[in-house]
Design a protein around this ligand. Structure first.
Ligand SMILES: [Zn+2]
Length: 185
């Protein structure tokens, strides 16, 4: 990453040797290693021992999980919040693991739609629940900083599985629980 970043600086018309940029290739390499850490991890690793036997079958909702990712079309950031819900069948997941799963799929080049689907798939695979819902809202800097320049627009994506898809009341309960929390920031 370091020699590539020096070439990149030259390509945009910068002088990679000037003082302010001297350590930039090193910092960029470190930052990108972190932001793309998801490539080197597996679902099993991030979940670890986080799956437990269920004691009930009430809907579990984890709201306002922050995510930061990089769009695969422009390699620019998009970020926002996700809400995840599921209805347990036989197993539940430790609450901190939802953020870990979101990071696993966010820390790589992505599109928001795919992260949403991957998080839903991961929870289905881990827990075989009666239903899963994932709702994500993101601000895409490739839209805000360039091109159409719609600074205030955000993109919402969702994945509904099982009861969240087949039962309108279950879906409505989830949507009303998370409504307003995304837009209010
Ligand atoms: Zn983009």
């Amino acid at each position: 990453m370091e020699p590539l970043t020096r070439d990149w600086l030259s390509a945009i018309g910068e002088d990679p040797e000037r003082e302010g940029l001297a350590r930039t290739p090193h910092r960029v390499a470190k930052a990108w290693a972190y932001m793309t850490e998801g490539y080197g991890q597996t679902l099993a690793e991030v979940v670890g021992e986080g799956v437990f036997a269920a004691e009930g079958s009430e809907m579990v909702i984890v709201k306002d999980i922050e995510f930061y990712s990089m769009c695969e079309h422009h390699m620019l950031p998009f970020y926002g919040r996700a809400h995840v819900a599921y209805i347990p069948n036989k197993q539940i997941l430790g609450l901190s693991k939802f953020a870990r799963i979101l990071d696993l799929y966010s820390r790589r080049l992505q599109v928001q739609e795919r992260i949403t689907t991957q998080v839903a798939d991961a929870i289905e695979e881990l827990l075989e629940p009666k239903g899963v819902a994932v709702l994500m809202e993101g601000i895409h800097l490739c839209m805000a900083m360039r091109g159409v320049q719609k600074q205030n627009s955000s993109t919402t994506t969702s994945a509904m599985r099982g009861l969240f898809r087949s039962d309108p009341r279950t879906r409505a309960e989830f949507m009303s629980a998370v409504q307003g929390t995304l837009r209010s920031r």
